[in-house]
Structure formats: C-alpha cells, structure tokens
Design a protein around this ligand. Sequence first.
Ligand code: NAI
Length: 329
Amino acid sequence: MKIAVFSTKSYDQEYFEKYNDTNNYNFSFFETALNKDTANLTIGFQVVCVFVNDNVDKDTIEILSKNGVELIALRCAGFNNIDIETAKAKNIKVVRVPAYSPEAVAEHALALILTLNRKTHKAYNRVREGNFSLKNLIGFNVHGKTVGVIGTGQIGETFCRIIKGFGCRIIAFDISKSQELIDLGVTYLTLDEVFQQSDILSLHCPLNKHTKHMVNERSIALMKKGIMIINTSRGALINTVDVIKGLSNKKIGYLGIDVYEQEENLFYEDLSERIIQDELILRLNGFPNVLITSHQAYFTKEAMEEITTTTLENIKAFENKLELENEVR
Ligand code: NAI
C-alpha cells in the first residue's frame, strides 16, 4: 500500500519508520502541506496521511478522488480541515486519531497558565543576563481562583483533574455534561456564566460552526477585567481582532495560545530570517502578557507513539477491509 504523508517533519518520518517494520508500508514523505495546489502529488497513492494544517477542502478532495486516493488518514484528533461531506460523496474514507494523549495537551495548557502568571520565561532570560531584579515579575496564586473550562471531553476532563489539584473552583460549559466531573466537584453553568465568572478560561472544545469565534467582542465584554484566556484547541475559537482590542484596553489580563487562526502560514516553520507579513501575530507578539507556542501541546514522546501506532492501525484496518473504528462520519 502506497501512502503519501504530507506536512512531514523529521520527527514524523522518524516515528513512522520506527513503527512501520511489521507492516512494510511504502511511505513517501512530503514536506509540503496538502492543498489544492499540491494534491497532484497523490497520483498513484491509495492513502494520504495529513496533519492539522493541511487544507483538505472540496477542490483538494476532488483531485484526490481523480488520483485514486481511497483513504485520508488524519494523524491528529481535530478534523475541521477536512470537507467530510465531499469526502463522503467521493467515497473516500476519513480516519483520525481520536485520543492520543489528553495529558499532553492538558499539561501544556497548565504550562501556559503558570508561565504567563509567574513569568518564568522572562525570569530565565533576566537571570542569564545577570539581572536579578523582581520588578514586574509579580504573579498571583492559582489556588482559590475560578477556572472556566469550555469543552469537558478527554482533554478538558484531564485539565479539570489537574487544576483541581491546585485548589481551584472549576466551572464548565459543554453540550453534554460529565457525571464524573460533577462528582469531582465541577459545576456546569451556561456559557455566558462561565465567561462572566472565570478568572482563568481554558478552551477545550472542537472548532465547528457553533464554536467559531466564541471568544469575541460580546463574550469579552462579559468577562472579568484581567481574565487569563488559554487556547490549546483551535485558533478560530478566538476572534483575534477582538482579543487584540481586549488586550489593548486591558480587559484581558493574559493570553496564552498554542493555536492561531492563520497558523497554517506560520506554524512549524523557521521564519526567523523572513519578514513576517501577518500583522495580527506581530501585534499579539508585541504584548508583554501574551504567550504563543506553535501548536506544540500534543508534542510529547507518548503522544507521538500513540499517533503513529493508531494511524498505522487505522490504515491496516482499511487495507484488511475491517470496520474502521476511528472513522470520521
Ligand atoms: P473530545 O471530543 O474528547 O471533547 C470535546 C468536548 O467538547 C466534548 O465533550 C464535546 O461535547 C464538547 N463540545 C462540542 N461542542 C461544544 C460546544 N459547542 N460548546 C462546548 N463544548 C462543546 O475532544 P478532545 O480530545 O478533548 O480535544 C478537544 C480539542 O482539542 C480538539 O477538537 C482539538 O481541536 C484540540 N486539540 C489540540 C491539540 C494541540 O496540540 N493543541 C492536540 C489535540 C487536540
């Protein structure tokens, strides 16, 4: 079986080669992202393997279909970048890795909270340069704060369990409630109540037409002054222009993001010698109370192992015409 892997970095290739020994699949690794301009690279491949910033829209899927592709294997959980309807219409199956390590993402959300709050990234640089001053490094106790969690699926639930250990009051909104979290002491409220009461707000719901730009001018107006907003889910949950306004007028006290709406043009690349044209990311980077990481929340050894082995199992099930446990329908 010939498999075209898009958006490949050295670590993806390393993991696929490590775990491919029993299957002997014929992988071709492309550094480029999959989109309508690169889709012709898939001639002769039955399977394409894609990641978060490949743009598998209607036009792309039509080319994949013409080229004989039968399976799109996502090596991630979110599938907002795939036109599922068109794939279905073209009889191309879509599989994903539904859960590879909720701990990896939840722990990164925590890393963003603690770094933004206690400014360890700034302290590190200061001390290395012989500056031992504490000026402007003051933080707050996370203990006792109200933490709002939007989306209490696998990652949101793991995050709740971690932040519970800090002695926080946890409030949440989800379209379906988890009894286990209620038993843990999490209080489900309406979405607006979560916006109103949170000192720290962490987003863990998928991106879809209901959640797109949920953090916007209206919801920011409801929030407490000085709120910390953390987004490790998908960039477009946040209206970046509105958040920049909220940061400028000091309504938002801190912003920690691992995802960004226009990230496909930036993330995972070394652009340090280029002139970055994205005005919004440049503006965000100019705030002292904003911390941006490049969609790395998933990036742990455990998660990479799970991603690779589950992707290979998904492809194997397809090859053997077995039921596709991880099919996106
Ligand atoms: P999940 O499917 O286990 O949980 C999602 C939760 O969101 C569910 O409980 C669902 O009921 C809830 N939800 C759905 N619509 C909602 C709405 N309108 N409002 C509030 N809640 C809603 O997914 P999981 O594994 O927890 O992942 C969550 C998201 O995290 C993924 O969709 C993905 O976008 C993101 N992610 C980010 C990664 C990173 O590296 N930064 C890595 C993996 C996932």
